[in-house]
Design a protein around this ligand. Structure first.
Ligand code: GLN
Length: 197
């Protein structure tokens, strides 16, 4: 089977995410076709979506201006997987406590932008993640923190007692950047659901 994965290509590490998706697809004996999303009309043909980091204000503006917002909502409604990382998580959330970010409300959490503070602007942490045997090397860059999770949201990882990875049905959100390491296990967890339950 070929997994058609769309990566929102407004900003962010598009090629790194594409590499990780291709690696996990190969590991599952499948192939991935990665397509970049910049305008409406691409999402409806995708099996999986990736919303990368960047600047959530810019990403949310473009997604709404291009009409991609409704297509992402329909994708989630259909139960198809989404991985939303860092600014992508902010855009996917139900609330970002910031008028400049119009969130998509496909992931029932609220987030606080840039919440780790100046001294911890960027850091790497070994993160225990539900479903992964060994800690994941998580890279945080001006990362958001999740300050509310809805009843149906599963917290997959916390750092400093705060949720930093969550799953809400088909949507997995992380405060950190899983594409910046060689470790594709978060992409695996989001798209191939290798978690044993
Ligand atoms: N600080 C950014 C924002 O609030 C997110 C940073 C990132 O994606 N690395 O949009």
């Amino acid at each position: 089977m070929t997994l058609r994965a769309g990566v929102l290509a407004v900003q962010g590490d598009v090629s790194e995410h594409a590499d990780a998706i291709e690696r996990v697809a190969t590991a599952h004996g499948e192939t991935a076709e990665v397509v970049e999303i910049r305008e409406a009309g691409v999402v409806p043909d995708c099996d999986a979506l990736l919303m990368p980091g960047g600047e959530s204000t810019t990403i949310s503006r473009l997604v709404h201006r291009e009409g991609i917002d409704r297509e992402i909502a329909a994708h989630v409604e259909a139960g198809k997987p989404v991985l939303a990382t860092c600014a992508g998580l902010i855009v996917a959330a139900s609330d970002a406590h910031d008028d400049r970010v119009e969130t998509l409300n496909v992931l029932d959490v609220s987030v606080e932008r840039n919440a780790f503070g100046r001294q911890k602007d960027s850091f790497e942490a070994p993160l225990s993640v539900t479903g992964l045997d060994d800690p994941f090397p998580a890279v945080f860059i001006r990362a958001p923190v999740i300050d509310y999770v809805g009843d149906d949201v599963e917290v997959l990882a916390t750092w400093d007692d705060r949720p930093v990875a969550v799953r809400d049905g088909p949507v997995v959100g992380t405060s950190f950047h899983p594409e910046l390491t060689e470790d594709p296990r978060i992409h695996d967890l989001a798209f191939f659901d290798s978690v044993e339950t």
